[in-house]
Ligand binder design. Sequence first.
Ligand code: ATP
Ligand code: MG
Length: 486
Amino acid sequence: MRLPWPRTLRARLTAGLVVLLTVSCAAVGVAAVVELEHFLTGRVDQQLSAAGVRFPESLEHNERTRRSDHDGDENGDTRRMATGTFGARLADGVVTSAAVVRPGDSTRGLDVTLTAKDEAALVAVPVDGRGHTVDLSSLNEYRVVADQGADGDVLITGLPLEPVDAAVRRLELVATVVFGAALATTGLAGALWVRWSLRPLGRVTATATRVSELPLASGDVALPPRAPEADPHGEVGRVATAFNRMLGHVEDALTKRHASEERLRSFAADASHELRTPVASVRGHAELALLHPGPVPPKVTRALSRIAAESARMGEMVDDLLLLARLDAGRPLERDPVDLTRLVLDAVTDARAAGPGHRWALELPEEPVTVPGDAHRLHQVLANLLANARAHTPAGTKVTLSLESGAAEAVLKVHDDGPGVPEEVRHSVFERFARADRRRTAGSGAGAGLGLSIVAAVAEAHGGGVTLESRPGSTTFTVRLPAGTE
Ligand SMILES: Nc1ncnc2c1ncn2[C@@H]1O[C@H](COP(=O)(O)OP(=O)(O)OP(=O)(O)O)[C@@H](O)[C@H]1O
Ligand SMILES: [Mg+2]
């Protein structure tokens, strides 16, 4: 099983703190326990050397009967011996007697019967006058010293290690409780402290999130207030400062971009406005020249009529550009009630006249449909869509113009069963100057590619939109206009 790895910086710092403290506490605890045990055992060794070999020396041999039960028999001189002192006498590597000093004021020790294992442990104690620990199953743990007796016997004196063990266990318990409490407190306080220290980072994140939700792509963008400044010498403060500086640069760039957009827009508006008059005048003069009486060479007549036709087209284009520039600038449109049914009927009548080779169909609801808007612009929308259905499909194509009215919006659909919008322009038909074949020249009678961008801009200015679904044999432009029940 894998432990869950903390994801947040806060959790990681807190976990790191707690782990480090746990390791330190464990090290301190183990060192203290080992040192205390060593120290107390040293004390027992001192007591042992002070006690000397008097007690085992005073023991009587009871070798012959040692296998029988001696418990309860008295043996040895216990005067000035501490309670629990153990004495044993070994002759020729065999324990001949063993006794302990019992509590109370008896002056005689008490015989103990040792198991074979205990005897083996005692026999194994080196006779060097130094303390050794032996585990006597009949008497618990003992610290024993073995000395050579005057008569050649080995004399063993021992003191119980029970008080040492008790002290060590107590220290272990106290250390566990104290360190546990310290760890819990540090974990809690550390978590709060880390949280408090990282607070400015949270504010930077909040500001960054707000910025990321802004539509930065176009228009005049107001950035949210800067993240609050923190101590610039700390890491978090440096992040906040750098972030704020970056926001400043972004804001500068956005302001510059907005200004340049505005300049471009007003340039387009001014240019198309200024072009209108000369274009109209070229056209007027050409038409006037065509009316000139008398013999005119046919070449000149053809040239003049081309000039008239092209300047008429140019005039329309200039008007389209001016309209787009005005819609871009967010100029308010008229908001009168527009009878869409009427508009649709007019548009189809015009289209029939312009394209007698196509089949025109109409689907209208029973009730007249009215939306608030600009009648002139909406007429242009329909005219552009129907002109496309005529211009970009072969003769004989069936074009259906339908109008539906819902509670919240009116839906206009222009459907044709022509070849469909070419794949390469399908995703960009609503962009300016988007058209299938860019190589087509003005002379071929092809449009500039502004018709659908005007449809989209007008629909959007009305609060609606336009979508396209196209495949060979079925092309549908759908214009949605809000019913605007104010
Ligand atoms: N009903 C249609 N069927 C097939 N292709 C179409 C249809 N309507 C539009 N298109 C394609 O989309 C392109 C863009 O149309 P748009 O009306 O914007 O420009 P245009 O008709 O070429 O020129 P303009 O309308 O400015 O005179 C067209 O050039 C044409 O390739
Ligand atoms: Mg068009």
